[in-house]
Design a protein around this ligand. Structure first.
Ligand code: FES
Length: 127
């Protein structure tokens, strides 16, 4: 049976999710990450990856699950900035989540934000 990736039971590591050419500037894509837990169970999680060429980081990765809309939709959200903070606005109810920290700017909610890096044309996420 699969369940969400639980940060307590999975050792974090850099995982290659896609190539830099899979990304579209100023929008998001979605990747399914599967990792074995210490118990040998397969844990799955959807990650939303955003390319923002004008930002210092260039690429951001956060949970695809919108905790307010309760759906895996954030990769389809509108990318922008709020007072210089790169954000994605949920396509459901338009709440903005910081792509750096995962904090929701309008409500008490939070999603996980993951470190990213570009390695030999590949997008890697620390998860
Ligand atoms: S690739 Fe996961 S929903 Fe599109």
């Amino acid at each position: 049976m699969s369940q969400s990736v639980n940060e307590q039971t999975v050792n974090k590591d850099w995982v290659t999710l896609c190539g830099i050419h899979d990304l579209v500037a100023n929008s998001g894509i979605c990747a399914l990450v599967a990792k074995p837990s210490e118990q040998g169970e397969q844990l799955e999680k959807q990650i939303a990856i955003f390319s923002i060429p004008d930002s210092e980081e260039k690429v951001f990765a956060v949970d695809n699950f919108d905790p307010i809309g309760q759906a895996n939709v954030l990769y389809r959200g509108i990318v922008g900035s709020n007072n210089g903070e790169p954000i994605v606005a949920s396509p459901l109810y338009k709440q903005q989540f910081s792509l750096k920290t995962g904090t929701c700017l309008q409500e008490e909610a939070e999603i996980a934000a993951y470190p990213t890096r570009i390695q030999d044309q590949a997008i890697q996420v620390y998860i």
